[in-house]
Design a binder for this molecule. Structure first.
Ligand SMILES: NCCCC[C@H](N)C(=O)NCC(=O)O
Length: 445
């Protein structure tokens, strides 16, 4: 919408008033999605908090509890590409509303289910529904915000999500103590339904939906000029993305960085600390808590560093992964000689630098036609999940290849799995080194 069009539509309203209104309203849209995203993480971690209740009530083994919990992740991963297509085609407003209602139904069903089959259906619907929040947010960022704000706001979103997961543990346990786990979940579902409706009322796909100018028009800089002049079909866009060297290099990076996070923080850290250092489970869990806390801070920091300090997607991710790889050095060289007290700062620092992946979303977005940004991000996001799943398995295979001594894996087995991780991170760093940096941040307002 040009300045004259905006003036025509808005009658006597001044252009500066419309610009001010736009610059305010975009924060309302973003804030709405931040609130929604808290529930994405809440649903993600909630079964851990009520694991004893679930095991008792449904007579679950550890394996069936694991299956139940993972029923969130499969549909979540499978929905990443559809989530991008829906966001680009129909817009975040309707996509988030409809799918968050599905998530609300799944959450309520989880609390109401009396058979294992139904609780699995509830968990599955949670995963399907909450999968359509993150990628629509990438669409909102591209439609309402400047490129130099993209990575910071991506990082804030992940910080809020991670902090939400940390906070969700104690408040949920408290709520469960008062009203029981079932009521906690169906009230949570009801609250999520309200959040879905609020998204419909508040969220707007793009400034022109409220007859407001875009940031490009306000700043007089065509931020997405290269990206909007390309009028190509969806399949041409997909073909182009898959033909881009940058896509595959960033995918390798996403795959290894998140793979090592899920492999260590997500699975093998606690057995390692228990078996190598003889720590009780509670102490190992206390140490592990430092990782998501570090990651929450790191996600914000890497977004900011990329947007404002280095003004580069490539450099922020590249230096970040190098330092992250270096944090693995003590584990690789002295896996059984680290003073236990040092694990607290070490895991915080590892978590912090593992947030180096945050600029990836802006990196991939800035090489795409504007109408394809969410789909491209969905196609990137899937690699984090593949990495997470594969690294857990590969680290397990490395450990199994050494075999157990008594009921423990020997320290050499853990050491070998850490060496595999550090080599993978070196490959990720090389991949990022060869990416072409985005030039969008060089455009001056
Ligand atoms: N186990 C969750 C995988 C998340 C992968 C990715 N790094 C990420 O944070 N994406 C944001 C999201 O909510 O999908």
């Amino acid at each position: 919408m040009s300045q004259s069009n905006v003036e025509t539509v808005a009658g006597s309203m001044q252009y500066s008033d419309l610009a001010a209104q736009m610059l305010k309203y975009r924060w309302i849209c973003y804030g709405m999605l931040l609130l929604t995203y808290i529930f994405v993480y809440f649903d993600r971690v909630a079964p851990a908090v009520i694991a004893p209740e679930l095991m008792k009530e449904f007579g679950l083994t550890a394996t069936s509890l694991g299956i139940l919990s993972s029923m969130y992740f499969y549909p979540y991963a499978a929905m990443q590409i559809p989530s991008g297509i829906l966001s680009d085609r129909f817009g975040p407003r309707i996509s988030v509303t409809v799918f968050f209602i599905i998530a609300a139904i799944g959450t309520a069903l989880f609390g109401l289910a009396y058979t294992f089959g139904w609780i699995i259906v509830g968990r599955f619907l949670m995963g399907v529904g909450v999968a359509v929040v993150w990628i629509p947010c990438m669409r909102i960022l591209a439609n309402w915000f400047r490129p130099k704000e993209f990575a910071t706001l991506t990082g804030v979103m992940l910080t809020v999500g991670n902090a939400g997961a940390v906070l969700a543990a104690a408040p949920l346990a408290f709520l469960v103590g008062i009203v029981g786990w079932r009521a906690s979940f169906y009230w949570l579902g009801a609250f999520m339904a309200i959040v879905a409706i609020l998204n419909y009322i508040i969220l707007r796909n793009k400034p022109s939906d409220k007859n407001l100018p875009t940031v490009s028009e306000i700043d007089g800089v065509d931020y997405y000029s290269v990206q909007t002049t390309q009028k190509v079909t969806f399949s041409e866009n997909v073909k182009r993305l898959f033909g881009m060297k940058n896509y595959w290099l960033i995918a390798i990076y996403a795959f290894v960085i998140y793979g090592t996070v899920m492999g260590f923080q997500g699975l093998w850290c606690i057995p390692f600390l228990q078996q190598t250092y003889g720590l009780p489970k509670q102490e190992a869990a206390n140490i592990l808590m430092l990782w998501p806390i570090g990651m929450a801070v790191g996600c914000f920091a890497f977004g900011y560093i990329s947007d404002r300090i280095l003004k580069s997607r490539r450099n922020a991710s590249f230096y970040g992964i190098i330092i992250y790889a270096l944090t693995w050095v003590p584990l690789v060289f002295w896996p059984d000689k680290i003073p236990v007290g040092m694990f607290y700062p070490l895991l915080f620092i590892m978590g912090f630098f593992s947030g180096a992946y945050v600029p990836n979303y802006a990196h991939i977005a800035e090489g795409q036609p504007h109408s394809f940004i969410a789909t491209a991000n969905g196609m990137l996001n899937i690699w984090y999940f593949v990495g997470g799943a594969l690294f857990q398995a590969v680290m397990g295979m490395v450990l199994d290849s050494y075999g157990k001594v008594g009921d423990k894996f020997p320290v050499s087995a853990y050491q070998a799995s850490f060496i595999a991780c550090i080599i993978a991170l070196a490959i990720g760093a090389i991949a990022m080194f060869f990416t072409a940096d985005s030039k969008v941040l060089q455009k001056k307002a």
